[in-house]
Design a protein around this ligand. Structure first.
Ligand SMILES: CC(C)(COP(=O)(O)OP(=O)(O)OC[C@H]1O[C@@H](n2cnc3c(N)ncnc32)[C@H](O)[C@@H]1OP(=O)(O)O)[C@@H](O)C(=O)NCCC(=O)NCCS
Length: 156
């Protein structure tokens, strides 16, 4: 399977929105918007994101949009994030997408955050060279409670 990244197009947003409605994925990611079903807030968020100059890419699996990957935040504190649709899980898509993103964005260090029990995301990050460098707690809307999270760092 060939994994590639391309710029986000307006028509991709319907897919990203649908992926956020998946309760299993939302539970994994944990730190989701307060109301993922609020399309107005989603569209406003993406309008800001796409105007921000941050790196946002649609992940293509054999040419088919499968999710998204991004690097965001102020210089020196940039974080990676990604979300892959459930139909594509378990085939190396997130790992290949993150590797491609890291080639696109040469600056280091880069950071990531993951719920402490998001084993899939932690494995993806570890395979791409990130190491756990901190631990925190935050309110996870998708869980309705405060949970542990790890902060991970990719050094140059
Ligand atoms: C987490 C997520 C990105 C993984 O995507 P994916 O394309 O299935 O990941 P990969 O196929 O590249 O998997 C890489 C590794 O993680 C492991 N893995 C994937 N999902 C896993 C899970 N739920 N539990 C344990 N390990 C998992 C795979 O076995 C693989 O390890 P291996 O190479 O040692 O076998 C995807 O499930 C997702 O988007 N979830 C919802 C959103 C989310 O959690 N985003 C991250 C927020 S921090």
């Amino acid at each position: 399977m060939e994994i590639s990244l391309r710029e986000v197009r307006a028509e991709d947003l319907d897919l990203f929105f649908a992926q956020m409605q998946d309760p299993e994925a939302a539970r994994m990611a944990a730190f989701t918007p307060e109301d993922p079903a609020d399309r107005g807030r989603f569209d406003a968020h993406w309008a800001r994101v796409l105007a921000s100059g941050d790196i946002n890419r649609t992940v293509l699996a054999d040419g088919v949009p499968a999710g998204h990957a991004a690097v965001y935040g102020p210089p020196g504190e940039r974080e990676v994030t990604y979300w892959i649709g459930r139909g594509h899980w378990g085939r190396g898509v997130a790992t290949a997408a993150l590797r491609a993103l890291l080639e696109l964005v040469p600056e280091r260090p880069l950071y990531a955050r993951a719920a402490a029990d998001n084993a899939g995301s932690l494995r993806v990050l570890s395979k791409c060279g990130f190491r756990v460098t901190g631990k925190g707690r935050g309110f996870a809307h998708a869980r309705g409670e405060e949970i542990d999270e790890y902060v991970l760092t990719l050094d140059g």
